[in-house]
Design a binder for this molecule. Structure first.
Ligand code: GDP
Length: 295
């Protein structure tokens, strides 16, 4: 995970680590390399620039040049800034409501269906919830089948209405069904398209308005870098979602999406997906991730 970024940041900070005394030039050069490492990781230019500016301001404020261990202090400042960039605090999901309704949004292939299964499993085992999964993709019967397979894997019932072309109706019926059958969490997996389009946005916006979810999650493939950031903006403009799920962090992702999304949409990353299996889900901890990146 982020191995390239980790290597580059490590290299950038390495020269400072051994020094008992450092100069302003050392700091400037290090920060330039840190910025380059962020840009290589596909973090956008403005965010990378702001990042190094913030670290520099703190370095001056804490008199980095005259401290006993300037290298270590610089590493700490970079780590703190990475944590802040990724959201600072961990934000959990809202499990209020009766039942709690969780709406999944995102492009096709982002990992929505897989994550719906993972979340159902997580809530079932960690929070002993009674979960109902809802298949709302009225265009691809295969998508509903996939959800059924996932539901079977995690032992969670799947609600679908084969032949009904109205996802708003299916969602509302599913909530009624949940109430009548003792389910206290409803996870609605929606249809995705390969790119953002108006019809898709209208559809998900209509579902969102009708079911008024406690939690709307935007699922995004972390491998898509800056595209992930642009897509998240488009979805947030329409849904004002509550949180982000970053999938495929087990792949060779450069890290740009993880590092930029919070700044761009000001919504927390709540979960990450780290594999295809149903237990490959983790709550997102910005500080732990920063620790991991800086080794
Ligand atoms: P959807 O179209 O948004 O519902 O996406 P899917 O859930 O069908 O996922 C698309 C592909 O990505 C599938 O092959 C999944 O197995 C895979 N996938 C989903 N999440 C992850 C993840 O966290 N890591 C990896 N390696 N693959 C994932």
């Amino acid at each position: 995970m982020f191995s390239n970024l980790s290597d580059k940041l490590d290299k950038a900070l390495h020269t400072l680590k051994g020094h008992g005394k450092i100069t302003e030039i050392n700091v400037a050069e290090t920060l330039k390399e840190v910025r380059r490492a962020l840009l290589d990781a596909d973090v956008n230019f403005k965010i990378a620039k702001e990042f190094t500016k913030n670290v520099q301001t703190k370095a001056i404020g804490q008199n980095v040049l005259t401290t006993l261990n300037p290298g270590q202090l610089m590493v700490k400042l970079v780590k703190d800034e990475l944590t802040t960039l990724m959201g600072g605090e961990t934000v959990g999901i809202n499990l209020g409501g009766s039942p709690t309704v969780i709406l999944m949004s995102g492009l096709q292939g982002s990992g929505k269906t897989t994550f719906s299964g993972k979340l159902a499993n997580y809530l079932k085992t960690k929070k002993t919830k009674q979960v109902l999964l809802v298949g709302c993709d009225v265009y691809r019967p295969a998508a509903v089948n996939q959800l059924q397979v996932v539901g079977e894997q995690v032992g969670v019932e799947v609600y679908a209405e084969i032949g009904n072309q109205n996802p708003v109706e299916i969602s509302l019926n599913a909530i009624k069904y949940a109430k009548a059958n003792g389910k206290n969490v409803v996870i609605i997996d929606t249809a995705g398209r390969l790119a953002v389009d108006a019809a898709m946005m209208t559809e998900i916006s209509n579902i969102h308005k009708a079911v008024n979810p406690q939690e709307t999650l935007f699922v995004v493939d972390s491998m898509t870098g800056q595209d992930a950031v642009n897509t998240s903006k488009a979805f947030n403009d329409v849904l004002n979602f509550d949180g982000v799920v970053l999938t495929k962090l087990d792949g060779d992702t450069r890290g740009g999406a993880a590092l930029s999304i919070k700044s761009v949409v000001d919504k927390p990353i709540k979960f990450i997906g780290t594999g295809e299996k149903m237990d490959a889900i983790d709550v997102f901890y910005p500080e732990r991730m920063a620790d991991r990146i800086l080794g």
